[in-house]
Design a protein around this ligand. Structure first.
Ligand SMILES: Cc1ncc(COP(=O)(O)O)c(C=O)c1O
Length: 366
């Protein structure tokens, strides 16, 4: 059989990874600041990059904590700032690895439904009114992983109002926000709500290269300091060389070109996937995303994306089961990442998936 096509991995395609640029930036960073980059650092990360990110977000450098990818910041935040049993609200569906960490850290997860305008503030308000206000809301407002949905501007204000009224913190996770295909940039929760109410986390994994493992969080100074202390206890300091390369790349003005390139590559792949939606059984739902890496599908009633995962793999295509992104349920849903393969593979993947799904739809109605 021909090679398996993975529509499962939320990673940038090989064409998005500019090894020559990273080589030049790494060499220049080593020339300029080699001894510091090759030494142990502090748990907080490489100071010049922290200063740059702090200026960009309008905070003090002490509020920026740089990690080996942003998932690590999330895990450290759970273990230092929250305790088992604390209520954490999340979109449902949400990023599967984040959900897994919440469950492993024994948080009381409060799922909030998502539609094409992002999380439903009405549902969150109801939970708060019932005495189930969370301590933290973890949200991915732009081109969400996995649903592809973007939180509308009106809802951003509604969510912030709820946080203010019920006194909870928000963690805004935004690795995809700059990868927009159409429409206007929306103000972030951090920008609108300020650093006392909202913590912000992002990553260079989707815009530059996941292998560099550079992500960060902007948090109130006391939280940032406790994260840095936890990092120092656990791994002494993050990889400074990777952070030096990113600092050089951003300082030399290359980030915008990287973002433009990745956006163009992702738009081509999104278009190929959206064209392939006509292969799906009648009644399949998908709202094409206007940025990011993912399409989210809901199969017609009576079908199970969980049950069809094995047959799809046998037909040479893999996807993420939507149910992995729910606390419970979600069996009719699946996440398709167009990000990691070429447009022709996206087209062929959709053809293979369509034939498996259509055959199952016929069997379901027989
Ligand atoms: C929403 C979201 N947050 C965080 C991450 C983790 O990114 P990193 O590579 O920076 O750890 C991902 C990666 O898929 C993601 O989709």
């Amino acid at each position: 059989m021909s090679t398996t096509i993975s529509l499962a991995r939320g990673a940038p395609c090989p064409e998005a990874l500019d090894a020559h640029l990273i080589a030049r930036c790494t060499a220049a960073a080593l020339e300029a600041d080699g001894v510091r980059l090759l030494s142990y650092g502090t748990g907080q990360g490489y100071a010049p990059l922290r200063e740059r990110l702090a200026a960009q977000h309008g905070v003090e450098p002490g509020q920026v904590f740089i990690t080996n990818g942003s998932l690590q910041a999330f895990v450290l935040l759970l273990s230092t700032h929250l305790s088992p049993g604390d209520r954490v609200a999340v979109e449902e569906p949400t990023y599967d690895r984040a959900l897994l960490q919440l469950v492993r850290h024994r948080m009381d997860v409060l799922p909030v439904p998502v539609d094409e305008d992002g999380l439903d503030p009405g549902a969150l308000a109801e939970a708060c009114a019932d005495g189930r206000a969370p301590r933290l809301l973890y949200t991915i407002p732009n081109f969400q992983n996995p649903s592809g949905a973007t939180l509308s501007e009106e809802r951003r204000h509604a969510v912030l109002e709820l946080a203010e009224r019920h006194g909870f913190l928000i963690l805004e996770d935004d690795p995809y926000g700059r990868l927009r295909f159409s429409g206007a940039h929306l103000p972030g929760l951090f920008e609108l709500g300020g650093p006392q109410r909202v913590m912000f986390t992002s990553s260079f994994s989707k815009t530059v290269a996941p292998g560099l493992r550079v992500g960060y969080v902007v948090a109130p100074p006391e939280i940032s300091a406790s994260l840095a202390a936890a990092a120092n206890r656990t791994y002494i300091s993050p990889s400074l060389l990777a952070q030096g390369a990113i600092e050089q790349l951003v300082g030399d003005g290359h980030l915008d070109a990287c973002v433009r390139r990745v956006t163009r590559l992702m738009r081509e792949r999104r278009d190929a996937m959206v064209d392939g939606l006509d292969q799906m059984p009648e009644g399949t739902r998908c709202v094409p995303p206007s940025g990011g890496f993912f399409c989210w599908l809901t199969l017609p009633e009576g079908m199970s994306a969980d049950a069809l995962h094995g047959p799809a793999r046998e037909a040479g295509v893999v996807y993420v089961k939507g149910s992995d992104c729910f606390l419970s349920g979600g069996e009719r849903t699946l996440r398709l990442a167009y990000s990691g393969v070429g447009p022709d593979d996206v087209t062929e993947g959709m053809r293979r998936l369509g034939s498996v799904f259509r055959a199952a739809a016929v069997a379901a109605t027989a």
